[in-house]
Write a protein that binds this ligand. Structure first.
Ligand code: PLP
Length: 453
């Protein structure tokens, strides 16, 4: 077996490995309480005890081309024999530049032409927040209700999806205000609420915020995940993003688009912001960028990044040569294997199947909403704790549906995650998932729901 640490010379069983993890992995809340993952191939992972699990989690939206995509793994392995680490402030290295060359033509707007690479989504967000403050010389940042931007201090401050992420870590970065995101829950409305009305109300509240709480002269930027991730897999209507751009232009604010989770093909376009045609001032992306090698990117227009003092951004490992080489291969695979075509074809099948589950009289009444874009899709279940819905539905739907469905799916061989808020399970299959594997995953979820309700 490839993964067997020696624990005080004893021979290792799966149980003792799990116990070892529970004792020594900080904050490690593995769902696989009786097993350990040892390998992955395509849409599947294999555990130490020999179970094969269909992976619709992709390590939280990271292994978008499936586990160990041969071309990505080969590019990384080859790079390991050429140059493992380079540091852009000492000298540009080739994979760093080659990656920029690949990314330039796929940016959602041609003005995004200046790149630097970091290691994680949080680091990229942190860098973007520093950039807007130092460039504008203004302090306040507006973030969106339901947002998740990461776990470092700045990223925590602009995260608004669940109090637990910030609770106990104060004081966080000051100067963050929250604006509404047009999602029916946020307005005590019901699924199917008039989207244009939610957009109108959200933009109006944002204008009020700029009038009553943070003057544009004190406000550097608005940061938004164009599809709420942890906050429930909610795509922003394009009209809302266009409205944000207009408000930023009117008041002289910068617009930061966080495509860490929804970027890199996840929603059926390379970046979700493309659906709106909106120009970001700064865009951050990570996760699928290098298919599992740690890499994130902060992209802006050169005119902005020229204002940064050398040495104030990035870190030692950002833009690691192996990660960059892997990301170059990812970009090539996207083109050559027509990944976006697969996302859109599978997405149509996924939506059709989930909408028919929602229409099923036996189980559909427990499902409030099916939503998302591309292969970033969620089912939201009714919840006894929500105040907005038909009391009969609330009463007859078991509590903690999302966690229970996720657990039951795991028992049946499918890795399926929940989101941080509401009773929501999320589908994040690999973007090159086959029709057969997708259908298998859907069938498991359907059975799990049927067995629970
Ligand atoms: N931004 C978004 C939209 C995310 O979904 C995440 C992580 O899930 C982050 C930022 C933080 O990224 P990381 O966990 O790599 O620091």
């Amino acid at each position: 077996r490839p993964l067997v640490p020696r624990v005080s010379g004893r021979s290792i069983t799966t149980a003792s490995l799990v116990e070892f993890g529970q004792r020594h992995v900080t904050n490690g809340l593995s769902r696989l309480t009786e097993d350990v993952i040892v390998s992955g191939e395509g849409s599947w992972v294999t555990t130490l005890s020999g179970r094969r699990l269909l992976d619709f989690s992709c390590g939280i939206g990271v292994t978008n081309l499936g586990h160990c995509h041969p071309r990505v793994s080969k590019a990384a392995a080859d790079q390991c024999h050429t140059l493992v680490h380079g540091q852009a402030s000492i000298g540009y290295h080739e994979p760093y530049l080659r990656l920029i060359e690949r990314l330039l033509p796929i940016m959602p707007h041609p003005s995004l032409d200046s790149f630097f690479f970091t290691n994680s989504g949080s680091e990229a967000v942190e860098a973007a927040l520093k950039m807007v403050r130092t460039i504008t010389r203004k302090q306040n940042i507006i973030s969106m209700q339901g947002a998740f931007h990461g776990r470092t201090f700045g990223a925590m401050a602009v995260t608004k999806s669940k109090t637990i992420y910030a609770h106990g870590f104060s004081p966080l970065m000051p100067g963050v205000l929250t604006a509404p995101f047009p999602y029916w829950h946020h307005f005590n409305a019901a699924p199917g609420a008039d989207e244009s009305e939610l957009v109108r109300a959200s933009l109006y509240q944002l204008e009020l915020l700029l009038l009553q709480q943070t003057a544009p002269t004190d406000t550097a930027a608005i940061i938004i995940e164009p599809v709420l991730g942890e906050g429930g897999y909610v795509p922003a209507p394009p009209a809302f993003l266009q409205g944000l751009r207009a408000i930023c232009d009117k008041h002289g604010l910068l617009l930061i688009i966080d495509e860490v989770q929804c970027g890199f093909g996840r929603t059926g376009r390379m970046f979700y912001i493309e659906y709106s045609g909106v120009r970001p001032d700064i865009m951050v992306t990570a996760k699928g960028l290098a298919n599992g090698f740690p890499l994130s990117a902060v992209v802006a227009r050169k005119e902005l990044t020229d204002q940064l003092k050398p040495g104030t951004m990035g870190g030692t490992y950002g833009g690691n040569a192996v990660s960059c080489a892997a990301a170059v291969a990812v970009a090539d695979v996207f083109k050559e294997e027509k990944i976006l075509d697969n996302v859109n074809a599978r997405s149509a099948e996924l939506f059709e199947a989930l909408i028919s589950v929602k229409a099923d009289p036996a189980i559909g009444r427990h499902i409030l909403d099916v939503r998302g874009q591309g292969l970033m899709v969620a089912i939201e279940f009714a919840s006894p704790s929500h105040s907005t819905f038909d009391p009969a539905v609330k009463k007859s739907t078991p509590a903690n549906m999302a966690a229970r469905v996720s657990k039951r799916c795991l028992e049946k061989g499918l890795l399926l995650l929940t989101t941080s808020v509401y009773e929501t399970v999320r589908f994040i299959p690999p973007l090159n998932v086959s029709p057969e594997d997708l259908a298998k995953g859907i069938e498991i979820v359907k059975e799990a729901v049927e067995e629970i309700v």
